[in-house]
Design a protein around this ligand. Sequence first.
Ligand SMILES: C=CC1=C(C)c2cc3[nH]c(cc4nc(cc5[nH]c(cc1n2)c(C)c5CCC(=O)O)C(CCC(=O)O)=C4C)c(C)c3C=C
Ligand SMILES: [Fe+2]
Ligand SMILES: [Fe+2]
Length: 332
Amino acid sequence: MTDHPVISAPKIGVLIVNLGTPDAADAPAVRRYLAEFLSDRRVVEIPALVWQPILRGIILRTRPRHSAHAYRQVWREDGSPLAAITRAQASALADAFGSGVIVDHAMRYGRPAIAERLEALKAAGCDRILIAPLYPQYCAATTATANDAAFAALAGMRWQPAIRTLPPYFDDPAYIAALKASIEQGLTALDFAPDAIVASFHGMPQRTLDLGDPYHCQCRKTARLLGEALGRELIVAFQSRFGRAKWLEPATDATLAALPAKGVKRVAIVAPGFSADCLETLEELAIRGRESFMAAGGTHFAYLPCLNDDVAGMKMLRSILFRELEGWLTPA
Ligand SMILES: C=CC1=C(C)c2cc3[nH]c(cc4nc(cc5[nH]c(cc1n2)c(C)c5CCC(=O)O)C(CCC(=O)O)=C4C)c(C)c3C=C
Ligand SMILES: [Fe+2]
Ligand SMILES: [Fe+2]
């Protein structure tokens, strides 16, 4: 009889995935990160022959220094906020589904890489893996590219695990309830009552909406449901414009700057589309957003944090992940 490779007892893997972040707050690390991120054809949909010279010749020569400065404003002792919070989310979920389920995390760009963590889950005996891109609203530039990277890794495997992917959860009652609880807690802790709440979502080129990406509608629906749950309408805006094309409107920075003239002097801002605080929330909203609003005549400004690894957010993640594992988890 020939020697047979050892096959471990089957397990289930859950791989939570977020966007990725530089591994240091300096220009070389940001350049490496942006080179990978902005070369993704799901993110910048310009033919490579046209885009790569612009990226290599202009953007990667100028943007890393500027972005590294921004990252330094929010960098923590344990690294980039996005990396630290995603790690904390995975460890909070570690025992959530029993000893037969291994929870791990990966980043679409940079490390830990999706391919590397899928290999590790396989090596640990996972023959079924739930890929969970933590984007409540589906977008080709986020959800689809994370799934693409997972499937590209599977393409090289002789013995592929069975795969499920987490659907968008923009209108899931558990997600809306978690946001409501977190925002109400944040509002209670303020020493002022905001005249308005702004819900800021990451922007996208307008063209992607015209081409059928559901992201815009899913953001709007989240904001409507959250407004209904909170009992007050939210002002929706889109942040982080990149490049010269037309992006979804209204823009968050312009919205904040226009509010004081409309009588909104006290504002709270939330970012329901981000499952973890990151550069885009902590620097762009909490620092620069505050500056724009106050410079325009605002008197009170509060940025309310994302769900992160707080109790309400983790309860929600456990419940939506558990639902996606249905039929895979044997009854206890
Ligand atoms: C939450 C959803 C996100 C969408 C949709 C999205 C689209 C998108 N982003 C860029 C360009 C950049 N985004 C950057 C940072 C960044 N983006 C998201 C999320 C979404 N992006 C997150 C969570 C982060 C933060 C990462 C971190 O390290 O904290 C950056 C890098 C920073 C900078 O230099 O400004 C760029 C660039 C495009 C072009 C795009 C859609 C086409
Ligand atoms: Fe982005
Ligand atoms: Fe829409």
